[in-house]
Ligand binder design. Sequence first.
Ligand code: ZN
Ligand code: ZN
Length: 621
Amino acid sequence: MKKGWVLIVLLVFYMTANAQMTMDERFNKYKEQFIQQLWTVYPGWASSVGFHKLDSVLIVPDERSRQKEQEFCIRNLNVLKTFKLNELSDLNKIDLHLIENQLNYSIFNLQELRAFEWDPSSYNVSGGFADILANDHMPLEKRLRSFYAKMEHVPEYYEAAKANIKNPSKEHTELAVEQNDGGLSVFKKDLDDALAKSKLSKEEKEMIRTRADKSVVAIEGYVRWLRAEDGRNHQARSFRLGKDLYEKKFAYEIQSGYSASQIYAKAVAHKEELHAKMYEITQQLWPKYLKGVRMPENKLEAIKMMIDTLSVKHVRPQDFQTAIEKQIPALVEFIKHKDLIYIDPSKPLVVRREPAYMAGVAGASINAPGPYDRNGNTYYNVGSLDGWSAAKSESYLREYNHYILQILNIHEAIPGHYTQLVYANQSPSIVKSILGNNAMIEGWAVYTERMMLENGYDGDKGYNSEEASPEMWLMYYKWNLRSTCNTILDYDVHTRNMSKDDALKLLMQDAFQEKTEALGKWKRVSVTQVQLCCYFTGYTEIYDLREEMKSKLKRKFDLKQFHTQFLSYGSAPVKYIKEMMLNSEERPLLMNKENEKVRLERAKEEKAKNESKAKGQRSGK
Ligand code: ZN
Ligand code: ZN
């Protein structure tokens, strides 16, 4: 009764107080309030994106907090209904869809998926505490006090976890044991180190230490309880999601225009296409690399031999970082020469070599500032192989060989993740940076790999290369098989009961992966669902959209224009970008000079067209 009344007051408030505002103004105001409320419901999430006012709050995951979360969702879904979608700008329309999806997803999680009952690894406090210690934007003493305050409810937190868990899956139980056990060091050594460095009084340090000991007892108690739970003689739930829940989770998580089963069918067909192309190249390259060697009759075996032969070409371990750095200007040059996408010259990529203590996480990744730190630098972290054994380096470098390293750079940096990020930051929407669509973000990076090769990119041939070598293509196809098979694996495992043996066969035989990689993937698919599909789904949707735009615009289709407009909507689900690109004549909304020029030219064109139309009407045509 009371809640319903509050709701009505809220609605009336929204409708009257904002009557004279435009729909967009009202919505912008609402978005700010929404985010503030969101953080009080999910303080841990707030901390992880750089909003630190609630660092000291730990929500106890009991029935009461779930009730609060559900009320928050229902209340906001009702408020969303008061906005007229067709009166909002394109960017706000997408924000509304994102918020709505998030709220419905949460309700689905609470009511249907109910992972809080069967996934014990969803309970782990150590990450949030580790973040407090790692955040060097704030004085250590202040952070330690947040740490202390946040620890207050740790014992209750784990009591609530135990009360929630019913029939957990074996796989998630094992993961929870492993991760909670691993997190203990945060409350022991990591905290001790921080305390030693701090200027807190001896009394305060002792107070913190005592409470940390209680946290350790709570975590150890949880781990012990889980181990006993695991040994208890009940029927553990399967880690497999089943078709119904899988389709629903896919819809909320990926927000694709395709259903999970449609994407699965596409992935299966794509795998066959890739194999056919790979075999063709293998036959073509055989005399060049394996002359006199008998080609195996099994096509996949023949392809594997060719891949292994080409993989031997790679940089020396000590040149790994330099090789990556050197490619960045080459990529920019190529893109400019081919006119593929506008790259803002005022935002060059800062390549940062990972400090030695981080060695061990080789590869490369983009490190972007969060929504609350917009002026922070974006780094391209490039790992080194310092301190690796010769065998480990060699196996890693064969994987990231001469060809794959180039594709990795396209994906992570230019025109992949980094370029997308620069565009996303031009239409700053906190909603998009918090609820941004992962399938679009990963899909874009995967799409650009193919797009660059289609346009002839090949590091060996320079900026005016017309055609990528067959070697590049073969390696690209192998790389692309990974995201394709991730999708097949995820769907088959969760909805069609695929066995571990069949999964390993898929990854090792069909996708040419090494056993260690395949085993790691099996572990991942048995504790996550849907995530593995985001790469292939996003890629497929972007590629399909491009082809649709091509056939719609025919000779007027312009690749650079397509890319620029596509990215101008920010990290939004491809299905909404598609809707807007297909339905509107509106051009890019970006605020860079290039687009300003394009916009002015278009306006002139439009004016001339209207004038001649008017003339035509006057002359009676
Ligand atoms: Zn080698
Ligand atoms: Zn990526």
